[in-house]
Design a protein around this ligand. Structure first.
Ligand code: PGA
Length: 256
């Protein structure tokens, strides 16, 4: 069952150096352990993971932002799920819109999810529509993403998956972006849970954590959870400043 709220900082291709990554990670870790209702994770660039994993604790664990769709072998430049598992990586983001932009398809993401699950890493599957300008078609977009990315995954394994709803139009790096409201978030969270229930039954659907991501900051965080129904958050830009990220954790921790 979903208990603690999950707050995952997506550092993307930041910060610029390993010493800075260490400093930021340590200041988050120092304060995060006091917030018992929250599980905090930093999804770091691959090259920082070995160092940060040594510093990880029960209060702040380490995640990755991508993984190979293949198990092992001649795949130059790729990083496998078992390599990540050997560094105590607990979570891995897959299907982020910035990677879909590079050509990743639902079928490809499905292969990555299967690799992660067999290595014991929880996939954080990002779904979300590019815009809301075409009637209710955006619901269908997210449904297809869920059905294709999660095809062939057993009910047993489904409970280990985390879904992150990230409407592309609300992400901080999107040109002419606009804010999503807690109501936008709530509508899609209900819908995602329904799609999951149709795929795997109500009990499994209820056990899956559904996060919200897209320009979350310390002001908007509580609304996405309290009104929006999110089980946690996936802040990008706001996770780069330890103070802001900790403020998001604190606000979340205060919610019942
Ligand atoms: P943002 O990023 O909070 O900077 O919008 C979220 C994400 O892209 O995961």
């Amino acid at each position: 069952m979903r208990k603690k709220k999950l707050i995952v900082g997506n550092w993307k291709m930041n910060p610029r150096t390993l010493p800075l990554a260490r400093t930021n990670f340590l200041s988050i870790k120092k304060a995060a352990s006091a917030y018992k209702n929250v599980e905090a994770v930093i999804a770091a660039p691959f090259v920082y993971i070995p160092e940060l994993a040594k510093l990880a604790s029960a209060g702040l664990s380490i995640g990755a932002q991508n993984v190979s769709a293949e198990k092992e072998g001649a795949f130059t430049g790729e990083i496998s799920a078992s390599m990540l598992a050997s560094l105590k990586v607990k979570y891995c983001i897959v299907g982020h819109s910035e990677r879909r932009e590079l050509g990743e398809t639902n079928e490809f993401i499905n292969k990555k999810i299967k690799q992660l699950l067999s290595a014991g890493i929880a996939p954080i599957l990002c779904v979300g529509e590019r815009d809301r300008d075409h009637g209710m078609l955006y619901l269908g977009t997210v449904k297809t993403q869920l059905e294709e990315c999660l095809a062939g995954i057993s009910k047993n394994m489904m409970g280990r998956i985390v879904i992150a709803y990230e409407p592309v139009w609300a992400i901080s790096s999107t040109a002419n972006r606009r804010d999503a409201t807690p109501e936008d978030c709530q509508e899609m969270h209900i819908y995602i849970r329904k799609v999951l229930a149709d795929m795997s039954g109500g009990t499994v659907a209820d056990s899956v954590a559904i996060l919200y991501g897209g320009s979350v900051d310390e002001k908007s965080a509580a609304g996405f959870i309290a009104t929006g129904g999110a089980d946690g958050l996936l802040p990008g830009r706001a996770s780069l400043n330890p103070k802001t990220f900790l403020a998001i954790i604190k606000k979340t921790n205060e919610l019942k």
